[in-house]
Ligand binder design. Structure first.
Ligand code: SAM
Length: 702
């Protein structure tokens, strides 16, 4: 960003938590894995395991490969104002901007292509074009006195194997009357489509043919045609809600002014017509034939659609990017993603999803994954995000001058203008995000006693996770009763400092805690705390987990793997940090939930401490959980997991408690070893890549 154009004032968006929604990792295809925690079984002294079932981890980290998009273009708009559009990449350097300017000229020269495309599309959408079956195409050929298409050499050369349909424009020929409409349900919408050379060049002639080959030649020209025709076909698919009669806008762009206290530059841009037009143009005015297509493997899911100013937009959740980076993209840029579009369309019709008329915040259209991450990188501070305050005069100055002077300087000014607008937009979105995060922080702190939870996101614009209800104790499924009346307690003297036969001894175990209440037994050793039947008081050294954690923590957005948890204070080795909480459900119920997709294996822990084959219950953290839900894996974890029994002595229903395995400094991320007992060889074959970066990192963790 040019220093000349930016004021050096800064708006502090400091200590308030940041955004970025819940990790998406949960939409990854599930893959069963087991976490093992060793323990000495109290009855037979054999090592047993607590296992955790989970899925492939969420891909919440930022992709290094940024989304390829936006060639540049400049032309005159209807009011004669010069409008220049830059690619995101071109924002990076002036050379790219100049290169893009050349493309602009080329694309203007190519306007006849655009004309043909829109004509074809319009013909189809207006209903004057019909789609007919392969047999009818052959019949038409014969009728015209030509050999059948399959016998025609040039046809075969250009189209490979023909498998589907043809369009005729029906404009002038009665010969077309015999053609029957093809049932679109039966057409292979996911196949690439190739326009026969002859018909494409003669859109206004009596017969135009579109055929669908099994594969398509990958020349740029053919790709363009595939794209254009795919869109025509998609338009007609019943699952894609973009037929002509339904093409009324479902959303409008608005520029809401939300806060009294908002930035003057934001107030200015949301009230200035010229700025609004500019913002709309940036995203909305690129013709379909110069929109680069996204690689479908980059897309996790299409989650919404809207028609804005007559243009179809889809809201995209990107793989490896949090939902804070979701963007609205035009149909044209999704022409390689037809399967995803169809999937979205089908889900939409079966879910009974109805789009009510919405208002899309115009400033969101200024934002992109690249802009958001760039600005966060530039303006992140120790305590938050410190965005530069941009004066309205800068914006007006740039508007007045961006289209004068040498091309190179125009490009630079445009670049700066776009970045200024994106910065202002980010400031506004950031304010909204912080309000939501603070509210979530308040809500969860109302539930916690004895410690503070901070929420912080200085990585992106994602808001609070909305996946689960925050709870502080197990939530048993309706038919499960967690006993709370232990049959027996101890009667040790001096608060169990002079034990006769304390609870742990009655269970054949070692004393788990030292006098400071730090755990001293090895991971895997069962822990039996004193219970409500015991005579000792709360200060008994054998009462720890039941009194709750005293460690202040922070749920924060990590750079690499979504949300995580860090300590807000120094923690001693052996100190209790928290319990893994969730619903208690039966194994059968967990399987059903998994099949239905209502719960994720990722969030399930088997309570199989006592018998790894025939355990009864599972903790499901998908819908109800506490902060431990966000604890990430490390190959050199600083937390150990222990099975602890207190008032419920059912061996199938221990509590899972996390203790520090070493001294932990304030600010350090808290981690567990998801699979401490996995065989490293197996991990390498089937595992999920671990990004813990520890010296002993095994590379994979399941
Ligand atoms: C139980 S969740 C932890 C919270 C999660 N980071 C989130 O944002 O919701 C586990 C997921 O976090 C991510 N994760 C945790 N530890 C990781 C590691 N060491 N390397 C890569 N991803 C990890 C994976 O996506 C995994 O599926």
């Amino acid at each position: 960003m040019s220093d000349d154009n930016l004021s050096r004032n800064y708006c502090e968006f400091g200590s308030v938590p940041s955004t970025s929604g819940v990790s998406t990792g949960h939409s990854s295809p599930p893959e069963l894995f087991n976490v093992s925690i060793n323990r000495l079984d109290s009855t037979n002294n054999q090592i047993q395991e607590i296992t955790r079932r989970s899925v492939t981890p969420s891909k919440t980290t930022k992709s290094s490969g940024s989304n390829k998009r936006k060639t540049s273009k400049s032309d005159l708009n209807s009011s004669g104002i010069k409008v220049v559009r830059c690619s995101e990449q071109s924002l990076d350097n002036v050379d790219a901007a100049i290169f893009n300017a050349e493309n602009v000229l080329k694309s203007i020269e190519k306007s006849p292509v655009k004309l043909k495309h829109s004509m074809l599309k319009d013909l189809y959408l207006s209903g004057t074009v019909k789609i007919v079956s392969k047999d009818d195409v052959d019949a038409a050929y014969k009728k015209k006195g030509k050999t059948s298409r399959d016998e025609n050499n040039s046809f075969r050369k250009n189209t490979q194997k023909v498998s589907s349909c043809m369009i005729n424009n029906g404009s002038s020929s009665s010969r077309m009357e015999n053609y029957v409409d093809l049932d679109m349900e039966k057409s292979n919408i996911t196949s690439p489509i190739y326009i026969d050379e002859e018909s494409n060049d003669n859109l206004n002639s009596t017969l135009n043919t579109i055929v669908v080959p099994n594969s398509v030649k990958s020349t740029p020209e053919i790709k363009n045609r595939v794209k254009r025709n795919s869109i025509s076909l998609l338009s007609s698919n019943p699952h894609c809600d973009i037929s002509p009669e339904k093409s009324n806008d479902t959303a409008s762009i608005t520029f809401p002014s939300i806060l009294e206290t908002c930035d003057p530059a934001y107030k200015y841009i949301v009230s200035d017509r010229k700025t609004q037009d500019f913002i709309r143009n940036v995203k909305m005015m690129e013709p379909d034939d110069i929109l680069p297509a996204f690689d479908p493997t980059e897309i996790e899911e299409i989650i919404n659609d809207e028609i804005i100013l007559g243009t179809q937009y889809y809201l995209i959740k990107w793989k490896k990017w949090s939902k804070g980076f979701n963007t609205w993209e035009r149909l044209g840029s999704l022409y390689n993603s037809q399967e995803l579009l169809l999937k979205y369309g089908k889900n939409k019709s079966t879910d009974g999803h109805v789009n009510s008329y919405k208002q899309v915040n115009g400033i969101e259209l200024m934002m992109s994954r690249k802009n958001v991450s760039l600005l966060f990188e530039l303006f992140r501070t120790e305590t938050g995000l410190s965005l530069p305050a941009i004066l309205p005069e800068c914006i007006t100055g740039l508007f007045n001058s961006h289209d004068v002077g040498p091309i190179r300087s125009q490009k630079i000014k445009l670049n700066v203008l776009q970045k200024c607008l994106a910065t202002i937009a980010l400031g506004n979105l950031r304010q909204q995000q912080l309000i939501k995060l603070q509210q979530w922080e308040i809500d969860i702190n109302l539930l916690t006693k004895g410690y503070q939870i901070k929420v912080e996101n200085n990585m992106d614009l994602e808001g609070p996770p909305d996946l689960f209800v925050y709870v502080t104790a197990y939530v048993p499924q309706a038919n499960i009763i967690i006993p709370n009346d232990p049959p027996i307690g101890c009667s040790c003297r001096r608060n169990c400092l002079s034990p006769d036969e304390c609870c742990y001894e009655m269970s054949g175990c070692l004393k788990a805690y030292d006098k400071n209440k730090n755990i001293v037994v090895t991971p895997g050793h069962p822990v039996f705390e004193c219970n409500k039947k015991c005579v000792c008081t709360k200060s008994c050294t054998n009462r720890v987990v039941q009194l709750g954690s005293r460690v202040n923590i922070c749920i924060y957005k990590t750079r690499k793997y979504g949300w995580g948890v860090k300590s807000s204070q120094n923690i001693q080795k052996g100190q209790f940090v928290g319990k893994y909480i969730g619903e208690i459900i039966t194994v059968k119920e967990s399987e059903q939930r998994f099949k239905k997709g209502t719960s994720l294996l990722d969030n399930m822990w088997n309570l199989d401490f006592d018998d790894s084959q025939n355990y009864k219950y599972i903790i499901d953290g998908t819908h109800y959980a506490n902060f431990t839900y966000f604890i990430n894996h490390s190959c050199d974890a600083n937390l150990n997991v222990y099975a602890v029994w207190i008032n419920c002595l059912d061996r199938n229903l221990p509590e899972l408690a996390l203790f520090a395995s070493r001294d932990i400094s304030a600010g350090e991320q808290l981690t567990t070893d998801y699979f401490s007992r996995s065989n490293p060889d197996n991990l390498k074959k089937s595992g999920t890549r671990c990004q813990c970066d520890m010296k002993n990192c095994q590379g994979y963790y399941f």
